[in-house]
Design a protein around this ligand. Structure first.
Ligand code: FE2
Length: 364
């Protein structure tokens, strides 16, 4: 990891999800995505109100947290917002410097820098409000303690399940913002984290629309796709997210895989549902991207999307919403040179999500 100037930003450290049941979520992430349970914290380790399980694959770390009683603040968050991302933590070279930079940029302080001793490691962190009830933490770690978090104990390794999922890193996060929320949040990320706009896209269907900007920093190790609804005749998918999640939030995480075909097959074989992609997408694929690099029938069977830009190819596949309140979903992405976000695919996806949204709406 190379730090971005000024902020010392190195990359994503972990995502914390607040969920209804961390044990079930950990089981899901292990079975479906191949994440290994690594650490545990709860009443037995001195955390009275919550239970957290850290799961990981490659450099991806997800902290899955649920309440152990109804008075827990975690229970209130889940009751209001449903299951979803609560915290996006970044690895930084110097927590104090990153925190000072963030506060000077206007970030609201939630937790000033402090050190937690976790086993043999000292983990330094600080937390600011990002948007809505979502938080950003800055974390600095000693080498080798990628999974350490306060009050946690290591879990015994489980036997491997078989097929490898080949997920190795978080590529990007997509965020849903309220109407007119895009530019203020772009400016906030620029001041607070030094992230800069790398691309933008405005989409319209006959009835809905969205505006989005991709921002990046730390030499592309941190990337966000920020999205706001554009005025339309009916409620679009960004508005639906905001309504169901009761505020802005992380709509999806894109996980980098070294082998999208193996990953998509594994996820499907363990019951993960993917967004349908219309057949026309594959009929006209050659015209749009030339040689797609993977046999067309394999792409079509697994509903993998392909994009080509001046730097190369990328492949993406999007799951349907993972939780019962249909807000958050996952993306798997393989990059063969491309550093883009698959603008054409976002367009195709936008239509596909809209059809799914329509299917959920009560009939006449
Ligand atoms: Fe994405």
């Amino acid at each position: 990891m190379t730090a971005a100037p000024g902020t010392g930003l190195l990359g994503f450290d972990h995502l914390e999800f607040y969920v209804s049941d961390a044990q079930l979520a950990a089981y899901f992430y292990r079975t479906a995505f191949g994440f290994e349970p690594l650490m545990y914290a709860g009443p037995e380790t001195g955390v009275p109100d919550r239970l957290s399980i850290l799961v990981g694959v490659g450099s991806v770390r997800l902290l899955l947290t649920s309440a152990v009683h109804h008075e827990s603040p975690v229970a209130r968050v889940v009751a209001k917002h449903g299951d979803g991302v609560k915290r996006v933590a970044f690895r930084v070279t110097d927590v104090d410097a990153a925190f000072r930079h963030a506060v000077a940029g206007g970030a609201e302080v939630l937790e000033p820098p402090h050190v937690d001793i976790v086993g043999a490691h000292a983990v330094k962190s600080a937390t600011v409000r990002a948007f809505g009830h979502i938080e950003h933490s800055f974390v600095s770690r000693e080498q080798g303690d990628i999974g350490a978090f306060p009050s946690a104990i290591a879990l015994a390794p489980k036997p491997p399940l078989g097929d490898d999922c080949d997920i190795f890193a978080i590529d990007h996060l997509a965020v849903c913002l309220p109407p007119d929320g895009l530019q203020p949040q772009v400016d906030w990320y620029n001041r607070v984290l030094g992230l800069e706009v790398v691309s933008e896209q405005n989409l319209r269907t006959e009835t809905t629309g969205m505006n989005s900007k991709a921002i990046a920093g730390a030499h592309f190790a941190v990337k966000f796709a920020l999205q706001e609804p554009a005025p339309g005749k009916r409620k679009g998918q960004i508005e639906e997210f905001i309504e169901l999640f009761r505020g802005p939030g992380v709509q999806h995480a894109g996980y980098l895989t070294s082998n999208i075909v193996a990953t998509a097959r594994r996820l499907r074989s363990y019951g993960v549902s993917f967004l349908p992609v219309p057949d026309w997408y594959y009929e006209s694929l050659h015209e749009r991207v030339g040689d797609p690099g993977i046999p067309l029938e394999v792409l079509r069977d697994l509903r993998i999307l392909v994009a080509r830009d001046e730097t190369g190819l990328l492949y993406q596949s999007f799951t349907k919403p993972i939780h019962s309140v249909p807000t958050y979903f996952s993306e798997v992405i393989e990059r063969r040179g491309s550093t883009g976000f698959g603008a054409d695919n976002v367009k195709a996806l936008f239509g596909a999500i809209e059809r799914e949204q329509t299917r959920r709406e009560p009939g006449p």
